[in-house]
Design a protein around this ligand. Structure first.
Ligand code: HEC
Length: 127
């Protein structure tokens, strides 16, 4: 490879990696979507809407995956653990909903709302 090609190649690689690293950004907009999902989930659980509740819990599970990755990059271990905990709760909710155990699903959804608050207490500036 000649020098010019090497430089062009390096630039391409650098651009590509910065785009990947910038893909996940946990900001107010992202959280707002999670908040909407969380509200929708608890109402769908109380209305016993299986498919809608499963969709909400699945979407939260995926969001918490991103939140976890975000904090892994930042090296914030406590936030990583709260993200994991939240994701596991979202997974459990899907199991309870799928087996028509709406009482336990509802309790787990309350527990999930608590982990939101725990992380906010440490990481959200205005609380
Ligand atoms: C691992 C940490 C963490 C978890 C878990 C978490 N959040 Fe957040 N949340 C944040 C941070 C950090 C901010 C502040 C973001 C900012 O201002 O850029 C925030 C901000 C918010 C906001 C304010 C957005 C705004 O417009 O000001 C809402 C609403 C929110 N989160 C909802 C939730 C809900 C609902 C859950 C649980 C289902 C949750 N969050 C779980 C870290 C977390």
């Amino acid at each position: 490879m000649n020098k010019l090609k090497l430089i062009v190649y390096s630039l391409l690689v650098m651009t590509a990696t910065s785009v990947i690293a910038g893909e996940i950004s946990i900001d107010e907009d992202y959280m707002q979507v999670m908040e909407d999902r969380q509200k929708s989930l608890s109402s769908n659980i109380s209305l016993k809407k299986v498919n809608a509740a499963l969709n909400d819990a699945k979407s939260l599970e995926e969001s918490f995956n991103d939140v976890e990755t975000f904090y892994v990059h930042k090296g914030k271990e406590d936030a990583v653990n709260w993200s994991k905990e939240s994701r596991e709760l979202a997974v459990s909710i899907q199991k309870y909903v799928a087996s028509n155990d709406f009482d336990t699903a509802s309790q787990t959804s309350v527990a999930l709302a608590k982990t939101c608050k725990t992380c906010h207490r440490s990481y959200k500036k205005d609380t």
